[in-house]
Structure formats: C-alpha cells, structure tokens
Design a protein around this ligand. Sequence first.
Ligand code: AMP
Length: 174
Amino acid sequence: MAPPAWLKESVTEVPDFPKPGIAFKDLSPLWRSSSATSRCAVALAANLPDIDAVVGIEARGFLAGIITAQRLGVGFIAARKPGKLPGPVARQNYELEYGTDGLEIQQDAISAGDRILVVDDVVATGGTAEAVCNLVEQLGGQVVGVRAIIELSELRGRDRLGQYNVSALWEVGA
Ligand code: AMP
C-alpha cells in the first residue's frame, strides 16, 4: 500500500549512509514538522488492542515511542544501550553484522502480565526489535505488537519477528 503523502514527504533517503550500501531513511524532516509529527502520532496509535505501556528503542525509537504513548495515554519505557540506565536492569544481547550489542530496561518498569507495544522508527532485519521483545518477555511482559514508522520489507524483519504482530505505517518495498 502506498504511504500517506504526509509521510512520504517527511522522509529523505540518503544513499551510502552511515556506510556504503545502506540507503538510510532520514526522518528528521518529519520531526521538524509539527503537523507531520501529530499525524504520525495518530497513525502509530491507531487500531491497537489495549496496552499498558509503550517501549521505545534507543535512540530514534524514543521519538516514535513517546508520541505513541502520549497519544494512547499510557506510559513510556526506554530500552537503552548498556550502561545508560541506573539499575537493576534486565539485559538482552543481540547479533550485529559484526559483533554483538545489547539493550537494557529497568526491571521495575514492567510487571508480570503487562501488555506492551514495542515501537521503533525503522524495522530493518528485525534483530533490534526481536531483542527488545525478548527483554519485555524476560520481565514477564506480554508483547502485543511491534509498530514502526517504516519497515524495510526486503530485509524480511517480519519473518524474524514472526510470532509477533508487526505493523508499519510505510512498508517500503512491499
Ligand atoms: P534492525 O535491527 O536491522 O531491524 O535495525 C533496526 C534499527 O536500525 C532501527 O533502530 C533503525 O533506527 C536502524 N536502521 C536500520 N536500517 C535503517 C535504515 N535503512 N534507515 C534508517 N534507520 C535504519
């Protein structure tokens, strides 16, 4: 499905950034536009089951996550790079192209049975979102969905996130 005009106009594709071969989706124009940001919040928060909180992924996922949480009237929880949050924290490591990285959530942020929506700006291979879903589950939360502004369909993140309900405002390449 074609993206809405306000979204298409708000994303710049930057070739070979941050390294050769990557077509970087720059959402800076979206965040610079108050009206596009408002529309984005409405779209991200649409057609969801009941949720208790939104988890946003560092760093650009914080922006998408917090506007979604505000629109839904629920709290926002940050999934951060290791060492950024005061403990105790739960941690999940995940594979990168070269090496591994990790993400952490404060242990008291999620209670057993909490219904959590995971939000990021872009889902590419799905590895980052998968790590956060695992982290939510480690803390006893239930992932009710993964929502992104953009999904790069050719990278098949949806396959990797198969057990979760994945949706994006713009499925590039679908
Ligand atoms: P992945 O784990 O491969 O799904 O990558 C997702 C993370 O990397 C997200 O947090 C995005 O912010 C970022 N990302 C990956 N590919 C792109 C891209 N082409 N343009 C912008 N951000 C990207």
